[in-house]
Design a protein. Structure first.
Length: 387
């Protein structure tokens, strides 16, 4: 059975993750030791970058590093969402996730496991009761209290006498701001308070590149609380690892020459989503046609098909998500390519922030904007649209 290791619609599978070596080294040499009880305190990280750059994949890889650490680290991954009724509801779920992660550990005594199960049941019951009986504003007001009390209680009951740490990983953390604009301030205050009480909780969040620019004036302490990890597109070394390692891991028996890597870099600018998209299609074709060498001429022959699929699966969806006024702005920015477009040159520039939120436009420096990928610009310029 042929296994295709490339899937652009999900974070990278941990079995095939092979790049971001600099970021991983920094995490393993700095963040992991900081979670040890004898350290001066956890390093908190904000993984920042535009859509599709690999923030979730890297956060997921950090979980694997935690599980390989020389002392117990319990990584807790949770995807943030606007779907929670309140910040209280989200924090209740986060505490429950922490308890679930601890329950997977095989080092507990039978008595400790029983106590942990009882504790989990009490948390679930508390969350349901509060959600049903309290108004949303009351639930939000109690969010910091439940997070602080329950994480402290969990630590003191089960972990205080162990050599361990807990890493909370909040994916798409910026979505919490739609539940409560003070969400980050609450998180910072709680994690800092727990540290002073001897509870070793670290925090990793992922979010868009402009996350801290948007909250800096109101939440300067939050900005200082995090070490920033700004992800960029793959460089040539990262791209080679991201392509060759998965192919070798599934024993596909396919050679990918250096010239082909250069070709993929030129088409994608190293953007992880489009690298993965191209490789998914290319590997499927190579397998069905029994190709053993993905040379540049073969890739060029498949490019029209790949581009058609990218248009249909990604860009058509992007375009359909914006109304006519925003489409006009996208056309203006596309016309300015390959350079950046100044906001002052855009008609109705007040709509730019909406396009940034929709991950279609990237803000670069003061008042400068560009499309999230050059291929999207080509799509806009080449296709005749009916608004």
């Amino acid at each position: 059975m042929f296994l295709n290791p490339f899937n652009p619609n999900y974070p990278a599978d941990i079995r095939y993750f092979a790049n971001r070596k600099r970021e991983l080294a920094w995490f393993e040499e700095g963040v992991i030791p900081s979670l040890h009880p004898s350290s001066s305190g956890p390093w908190n990280i904000a993984i920042l970058g535009p859509w599709g750059i690999g923030k979730t994949s890297l956060a997921n890889r950090f979980m694997h590093s935690c599980r390989q650490a020389p002392f117990d680290i319990f990584p807790v991954f949770i995807s943030c969402s606007r779907g929670y009724d309140s910040l209280y509801g989200f924090f209740s779920m986060l505490v429950s996730f922490v308890a679930d992660e601890l329950s997977k550990h095989k080092g507990w005594s039978e008595k400790a496991m029983e106590q942990l199960r009882d504790w989990q049941l009490s948390i679930h019951a508390l969350g349901l009761t509060v959600t049903k009986r309290q108004r949303p504003d009351m639930a939000t007001a109690g969010a910091a209290d439940i997070l602080r009390r329950q994480l402290r209680d969990l630590w003191e009951r089960f972990l205080a006498d162990r050599e361990c740490g807990i890493l909370l990983i909040l994916d798409d953390a910026h979505l919490l701001l739609s539940l409560d604009k003070q969400a980050f301030l609450i998180l910072r205050a709680v994690i800092q308070d727990l540290h002073l009480l001897g509870a070793r909780y670290g925090l990793v969040i992922t979010g868009p590149s402009e996350l801290f620019e948007d909250i800096r004036l109101e939440s300067e302490p939050v900005v200082r609380f995090f070490n920033k990890m700004n992800l960029k597109p793959f460089d040539r070394e990262d791209l080679a690892d991201a392509i060759r390692y998965p192919v070798e891991r599934v024993q596909a028996g396919i050679t990918i020459p250096d010239e082909t890597l250069d070709w993929i870099q030129s088409k994608t600018n190293g953007h992880p989503y489009f690298v993965t998209f191209i490789m998914r299609v290319m590997l499927m074709n190579a397998h069905s046609e029994r190709r053993v060498n993905l040379d540049v001429s073969y890739c060029e022959s498949k490019w029209p098909e790949i581009l058609r699929l990218i248009y249909a699966e990604r860009f058509d969806v992007d375009w359909s998500s914006v109304p006519p006024g925003e489409r006009m702005i996208l056309r203006q920015i596309a016309a300015a390519a390959p350079g950046d477009c100044p906001a002052k040159d855009v008609q109705n520039s007040g709509l730019l922030s909406r396009l940034v939120q929709k991950n279609l436009v990237i803000r670069k420096g003061r008042g400068m904007y560009t499309l999230y990928h050059p291929l999207f610009g080509e799509y806009i310029q080449q296709v005749d649209f009916e608004d």
